[in-house]
Design a protein around this ligand. Structure first.
Ligand code: BG6
Length: 797
């Protein structure tokens, strides 16, 4: 009974070989599979086997097939390699040896090797296919081109296929592409545009072989089939954390030229682990078989990802890597690689379902074991009144509750889905999943295997065989759509940029790693648990210490100056703002804070959002110092920055939030809509004497502050509290508090950060009050206090 499926398949395949039987089938057309790079590693290891599998499964259902292995290798050599590969193919487990030989012989007969190099070669292939189809009296159904070649070859091949090897009208074309798809957002975009000029998106199948892994492919169906049990659990109220892990024992030897360009993040995290993250985190579509719905929901989840910062990652490099790179890439002994071979990343998803839940993504080469899994650990929210010895594992809510999608390898040795028995009994399709037999003594994630409902596939299948079958059946949901790919690069590129000069922690490899790569997280920050032992890769020249500068920095333009390294500076400013807020609320019952936008305050917003539990948010009014004339939801909007980094994490009452009205009557900053006047009125009504408790400003490299720009007289004096101005850079139209209202504030803090500000900081330190040339020089509170907050880069260069 168990093997009925396999037998049907074999009978069907044999059927094809017998002509009479073939005629009894309804003819569905001829399919040509062209495997480019047919003599390469991937093809030899997985793709030929996958094609054989496809043939076994489909040939009896009415399609006819031919398989054209192609490469640049000359014909004789290529034929020899392919002959060997075809000989080594394996049949389904229960096929009798004689039968297997027969099936392989049929497949070999339908397979050929040919050199495919010039556009003429492509044309010749196309002609051969047409001639074959005609000769056999068949109809052409379509052509699959599987690109198992390095990406630099993509464009030429794509051009040749498009110009000389497309099937005729009525037949389809599918091209299958293997990663890497670029090494950052820009290169991915370029590749996408290039390929898009030859193929329709619908014709392209971008492979992420993890989507073909049986357990990964089961995540959405599992969520779908267990909706009832999971509906209430799959959220921030119940999930403690999610771990998405791929550990490898192998290292990068033999692949360093590839690895140097991609590192572990480009090789594994940007694709395999990100795809899994999406499958876990996305909202579940009603119809999970709709690839459009799945894509739409994935993109929505991508948009909710909190941007990664330098502090979101820890990176390492196994010690032998550097030597391997030097040998393989012929580098001198002085060469140091900064490429990470290990990364631990902390991801947050800022939506209602997942806010606050840490998602840990981790992968590395040369680790102590090979294993891949997704672990969803639920919160321990129970108290058990009985003593522990009386707890019954299947019932006690005081034992860990977890769901594990065990992708493979590790202690369990194969793929499985595990659900703690004290959680619920899951439903899995019984035709393809069976209960795992007990393995006494085996413990997983802290509990004996017997504590879990555990299921494994009835028939283990290789990811590539599954994906090849999905290509044939046009199941696009198992592939990476262009928008998905670009969204993933948008997420990862800033982290890659910020790690470009980071020295990874060296680790010896294997079991010797000990606890060296353990890491911890708090808030949005992750760090290694152990202090570094020894820095074997020298970092950039040793930087000066804050103590070197302590003599400096008491005054700047006759006002107090606080100068420190960025983190310390931001912590100090956040502390000062909180102290001002507490004072104001104690005295007046409310605190009016006007904030600038741009990039410098982002770290401040994050600091305030994370660590300041004593901040009287419920009594704080938030105002904007300036705004760009774009809708409030536009990523360029200052309000949007405030919303993303602060407002959504704290509890400021809705009626205390005062965005600038730049968007009225569906127009942006139209004079006649009187937005500036309306904001001024709101200030006069709510803020006593229009005197803010604290105004946070920045200083531009041209000396502008708020949106008051040099050589533009608007807002520098006069009665107006709020003005419309023009910026030299886009978006040009702005709304801004005027200098007089800024100078009426009780406190003004100017935050200046980064080396780019060095020159203007030096210049402004020497000039008098000349707001027309340098609006920042006009900031002199009438009776309040001005404090400068400058980091060492800005202050000392
Ligand atoms: C590939 C990476 O995509 O996946 C390799 O390029 C990695 O570096 C491999 O070893 C892991 O795949 P699997 O199927 O062996 O887990």
């Amino acid at each position: 009974m168990k093997h009925a499926g396999a037998w049907n398949m074999l009978t069907a395949a044999v059927c094809v070989a017998l002509l009479g039987c073939l005629q009894a089938q309804e003819l569905q057309g001829h399919v040509s599979v062209i495997l480019l790079g047919a003599t390469g590693d991937l093809a030899r290891k997985y793709l030929w086997q996958g094609l054989f599998q496809l043939y076994l499964e489909e040939a009896g259902k009415g399609h006819s097939f031919r398989f054209h292995g192609t490469a640049l290798t000359n014909t004789k050599q290529g034929q020899e390699i392919i002959a060997k590969v075809l000989e080594s193919l394996s049949c389904p487990r229960d096929t009798a040896p004689g039968r297997c030989a027969e099936l392989k012989a049929q497949f070999q007969q339908l397979s050929e090797y040919r050199r495919l190099k010039t556009p003429e070669d492509y044309l010749a292939l196309s002609k051969d296919i047409e001639a074959w189809v005609q000769h056999e009296g068949l109809q052409e159904a379509g052509r699959i081109f599987y690109f198992s070649v390095p990406p630099f070859a993509y464009a030429d091949i794509a051009r040749s296929i498009n110009s000389s090897c497309r099937p005729g009208p009525g037949a389809w074309l599918r091209v299958v592409l293997e990663k890497p798809f670029g090494h950052d957002h820009r290169s991915a975009q370029q590749l996408a545009t290039e390929l898009g000029s030859f193929f329709q998106e619908e014709e392209m199948y971008r492979v992420d072989h993890y989507l073909g892994k049986q357990v990964v492919a089961q995540i959405l169906p599992f969520r779908d089939q267990n909706r009832k049990a999971l509906d209430g659990l799959w959220n921030r109220h119940h999930v403690e954390r999610v771990e998405i892990i791929m550990k490898e024992t192998v290292d990068a030897e033999g692949r360093t030229s590839f690895y140097e360009e991609y590192g572990v993040i480009g090789d594994v995290l940007q694709n395999h682990l990100t795809e899994i993250l999406m499958l876990v985190a996305m909202e579940l579509p009603l119809d999970i078989s709709s690839s459009e719905a799945v894509l739409g929901h994935k993109l929505q989840a991508f948009r909710a990802l909190r941007g990664l910062q330098r502090g979101s990652a820890v990176v390492g490099q196994y010690q032998a890597y550097r030597g391997q790179v030097r040998r393989e890439l012929q580098k001198p002994d002085s060469f140091h690689s900064l490429t990470p071979t290990f990364a631990g990343i902390l991801v947050h998803i800022d939506n209602l379902r997942w806010e606050g839940v840490p998602f840990i993504l981790m992968s590395g080469k040369a680790l102590d074991e090979r294993v891949g899994y997704v672990r969803i650990l639920f919160k321990d929210q129970a108290y058990c009144a009985q003593s522990e010895k009386r707890w019954v594992p299947a019932q006690s809510h005081c034992l860990p509750q977890q769901i594990i999608f065990y992708i493979g390898h590790g202690e369990l040795g194969g793929p499985a889905v595990l659900v703690s028995r004290n959680l619920f009994r899951p439903s899995l399709p019984s035709a393809s999943w069976k209960e795992v037999e007990g393995q006494p003594g085996l413990r997983l994630f802290g509990r004996p295997l017997s504590d879990y409902y555990a299921y494994s596939p009835v028939r283990e299948q290789d990811a590539y065989s599954i994906l090849i079958s999905h290509i044939f059946h046009r199941r696009k949901d198992s592939f990476i759509a262009m928008e998905n790919l670009l969204a993933s690069w948008v997420f990862w590129t800033p982290l890659l940029d910020s790690l470009a000069h980071e020295v990874p922690r060296l680790y010896p490899g294997g079991a010797e790693n000990g606890h060296l790569l353990d890491f911890e997280f708090s808030g949005s920050h992750v760090s290694f648990s152990q202090p570094p032992l020894e820095q074997l890769v020298p970092g950039p020249d040793s930087a000066p210490m804050p103590s070197d500068f302590q003599v400096l920095g008491a005054k700047y333009r006759d006002s107090p100056l606080i100068s420190a390294w960025p983190e310390e500076l931001i912590a100090r400013l956040a502390g000062d703002i909180e102290a001002a807020a507490v004072r104001a609320v104690r005295r007046f019952g409310e605190f009016h804070l006007a904030l600038s936008g741009g990039s410098s305050p982002v770290a401040l917003f994050q600091q305030l959002a994370m660590g300041h539990y004593g901040f009287p948010w419920a009594h704080t009014h938030l105002w904007l110092v300036d705004e760009r004339c774009v809708p409030l939801w536009d990523p360029e909007s200052n309000f949007q920055g405030l919303q993303a980094h602060l407002l959504q994490h704290v509890r400021v009452p809705y009626y205390n939030i005062h965005p600038m009205p730049v968007h009225r009557r569906q127009r942006l900053c139209a004079e006649e809509d009187q937005g500036a006047q309306a904001y001024a009125e709101e200030i006069s009504t709510l803020v006593t004497n229009s005197s803010f408790d604290l105004v946070l400003l920045g200083m531009g490299t041209d000396g502008h502050t708020a949106s008051l720009f040099p050589q533009s007289p608007v807002g520098l004096d006069g009665e107006q509290l709020v003005v419309l101005t023009t910026s030299p850079s886009s978006p040009r139209r702005r709304m801004s508090l005027s200098l007089p209202v800024i100078n009426r504030a009780r406190q003004v803090a100017v935050l200046v950060m980064g080396r780019m500000k060095r020159e203007i900081a030096l210049l402004v330190s020497r000039v008098g009050r000349e707001p027309r040339k340098w609006p920042i020089s006009g900031v002199r509170p009438d009776s309040g206090q001005l404090v400068w907050y400058m980091d060492y880069d800005a202050f000392l260069g």
